[in-house]
Design a protein around this ligand. Structure first.
Ligand code: C6P
Length: 422
């Protein structure tokens, strides 16, 4: 057991760090409000993070001063909008260390990015091929592959996980064969918090020439991403989980495969020449961006990347993990609590169930105390089946949360348990 002095030292370190982080909290206007007469405690960051003033202002400024359509007009506003849109693409390029900016495609979000790939690779998948995913995937990394398998006759295979919530790597290695055509894995599980060993997963898949897809929806805001180092074929994430707006997402792809696969949607912008007889497609990235894009969303994601780049990411990580560990320690002292997801390589996501109590009831009661958590299956129903539970309560922490907010969460949970036991 840690000595009293050691604990006191950790507390001082946490307090010092938290003081730094509180300057950042002031940048998030939404957090300063009451819910049901209580201070808002926002612990639903894995669903969507809140937005700093710089992101809100960038979007406002764009609409107030620069808005027009992109890549179409020769007039000044169209040129400005195009420059703003392409500047955002450049920021994303650097954020993930893509070799160049035409490998960055703007989408609606992670879900659309995966659907795009699953639709566009159809011509590369054949009957008897196998597609591998893990047991902890979000529905958006399951259903598009099921549909692809229906279209092509390929088989979807699921890599099993341990009770703690880690991928069983030995099983994975056995499952990769010459039949494996594509491996799609979540980088950081939205339900368990597990950070998967994607480097090893990608390497193994590549040894059998399988296409690799990494769902970075939860990871991109927490883990620095280097797609060249990872050497994956595709990496994807959503703006709204990295302090940016909703309705904008990113698909990074390797150039050769992006050139090989079919467009996802057809129409304006994605063409070079159209006649009634035939159409030739535009170059990357426009081949995959049919129609007027979410220009303000791109400006917003660009501003969110600037915001992340302004942070001390190591400090942020330590702060989030200190909140996680503090909450875990307090939760484990509550009778009847079962933590779902105990990987030794975790992020600041904490899922749990309480004996005999439905997660929705707990979520509803603690909302009365101003506390926002997510309850339910978190779009990972097969994972819920694996743990034989209907859902979990999930608290997910961000840079602007505080240790005293965790105390409020614990007090509210104790109240909920008391009420639900009556
Ligand atoms: N998870 C959550 O509360 P979209 O909705 O397209 O931005 O992201 C989908 C998605 C894909 N993969 C993972 C790992 C995710 O966590 C999510 C979104 C949210 O956990 C909403 S269900």
């Amino acid at each position: 057991m840690a000595s009293f002095l050691a604990i006191a030292k950790i507390d001082v370190m946490n307090a010092k760090r938290e003081k730094e982080m509180m300057k950042i909290r002031e940048e998030f206007p939404i957090l300063d409000q009451k819910i049901n007469g209580e201070d808002l405690v926002y612990l639903d960051n894995a669903a969507s993070t809140q937005k700093p003033r710089t992101v809100i202002n960038a979007i406002k400024n764009y609409y107030e001063n620069d808005h027009s359509n992109v890549h179409r007009g020769v007039h000044t506003l169209s040129v400005r909008a195009t420059e703003a849109y392409e500047r955002a693409r450049q920021k994303v390029t650097e954020f993930v260390n893509s070799p160049n900016k035409h490998q960055i495609i703007f989408t609606k979000g992670t879900t659309e990015s995966i659907n795009l790939i699953a639709s566009s690779v159809t011509n590369l998948i054949e009957k008897n091929d196998e597609i591998l995913i893990t047991a902890m995937e979000h529905h958006s990394n399951i259903v598009p592959w099921q549909e692809l398998c229906k279209r092509t006759g390929a088989t979807l295979k699921v890599i099993p996980i341990s009770e703690d919530g880690d991928i069983l790597m030995d099983k994975y290695r056995e499952m990769v064969t010459n039949k494996t055509k594509l491996v799609s894995v979540v980088h950081l599980s939205n339900t368990l918090g597990t950070i998967n060993p994607i480097e090893k997963i990608i390497n193994k898949a590549k040894s059998h020439s399988a296409i690799t897809v990494i769902d970075g929806a939860q990871a991109a805001g927490h883990i620095p991403i280097d797609v060249q180092k990872l050497d994956c074929d595709f990496y994807l994430f959503s703006g709204h989980k990295i302090y940016g707006p909703t309705g904008i997402g990113v698909l990074y792809g390797k150039e050769d495969i992006l050139n090989k696969i079919d467009p996802y949607q057809y129409g304006g912008e994605m063409i070079l020449k159209v006649t009634f007889d035939e159409t030739t497609y535009n170059d990357l990235p426009h081949k995959f961006e049919a129609g007027t894009p979410n220009i303000a969303g791109a400006v917003g994601i660009g501003a969110s990347i600037d915001f992340i780049n302004s942070l001390d990411r190591d400090l942020c990580h330590k702060h989030e993990m200190s909140l996680h560990d503090y909450a875990m320690d307090k939760l484990e002292r509550i009778d009847g609590i079962r933590i779902i997801g105990r990987s030794s390589n975790k992020s600041a996501i904490l899922s749990f169930v309480i004996d005999g109590m439905h997660p929705h009831d707990i979520g509803t009661i603690i909302n009365q105390k101003g506390i926002a958590v997510r309850t339910g299956h978190h779009c990972t129903m097969p994972l819920m089946d694996f743990y034989e539970i209907p859902g979990t309560v999930r608290a997910s922490f961000s840079i602007y949360n505080t240790h005293s907010e965790i105390d409020k969460l614990i007090d509210a949970l104790k109240l909920a348990i008391k009420m639900l036991k009556q």
